[in-house]
Design a protein around this ligand. Structure first.
Ligand SMILES: [Fe+2]
Length: 228
């Protein structure tokens, strides 16, 4: 049986190969540049005790099954790595990506988890200038409008999922799509029936926190999603 470290290396390699064919956005190249200087060998992967919140196990399997054929190799690598991954929800208690007490809403608080693949702190591969994670949102979740200083790539593996960028209207993105949030750009995500799985990277100030940016339609959006 292969080890956790082997599975993580295979997964990151599959993500890197896929990104190398999708370099239209500057943030993809920035991510690849930072990946290229990392020592992506099994011996440099930190061991993390696998964990996943039980309520998301089924949704994650559904999401992986939902990955389009154009990302087949990423899907296979994820399938293999799934039992070894370390997932953590951001409960809004100040230990995650927001200050304690931030108004992220129950939909997000109860519906998200992050698997930190590369970055500072508790990640499989240490890096001080790249944060790369898998980001899961369960179906019918609203990830409210927010900002951060880091430049951010969403490499969406599943879809359709909605993004609201700045003051623009919502736009739906399919599985195998990319979104670039430049530093301090306001953005929000909404998830329909298919659970959301994305590879998210941060470059720039990767240690800054996220801050919610209040909008007056959050509750309406959350109830709409809950009833569909
Ligand atoms: Fe973001």
């Amino acid at each position: 049986m292969e080890s956790q470290a082997d599975q993580v290396v295979q997964l990151v390699s599959a993500i890197r190969c896929a990104l190398e064919k999708r370099t239209g956005l500057e943030v993809v190249q920035q991510t690849l540049d930072r990946l290229s200087v990392l020592d992506l060998e099994a011996r440099s992967v930190h061991s993390l005790t696998p964990q996943i919140p039980a309520q998301f196990d089924k949704g994650l399997t559904q999401a992986i099954d939902h990955i389009p054929v154009s990302l087949e190799l990423v899907g296979q690598a994820l399938d293999g790595a799934k039992p070894y991954l370390f997932w953590e929800p951001d409960n809004g208690d100040g230990t995650g990506y927001y200050e304690e007490g931030s108004d992220v809403g129950r939909s997000f608080r109860d519906g998200n988890m992050v698997c930190p693949l590369i970055g500072p702190g508790a990640s499989f591969v240490p890096s001080d200038d790249l944060f790369l994670c898998l980001f899961f949102l369960q179906s019918q979740t609203l990830y409210r409008d927010h900002i951060h200083e880091a430049s951010e790539m969403y490499f969406n593996l599943t879809g359709p999922c909605g993004f609201r960028l700045g003051n623009d209207d919502w736009v739906d993105y399919p599985g195998d799509s990319l979104v670039w949030n430049r530093p301090w750009d306001v953005h929000a995500t909404r998830v329909y029936q298919a659970p959301f799985l994305s590879v998210v990277s941060w470059v720039g100030n990767i240690n800054g926190l996220c801050r919610v940016v209040p909008r007056d339609d959050w509750q309406a959006l959350e109830s709409q999603l809950a009833t569909h």
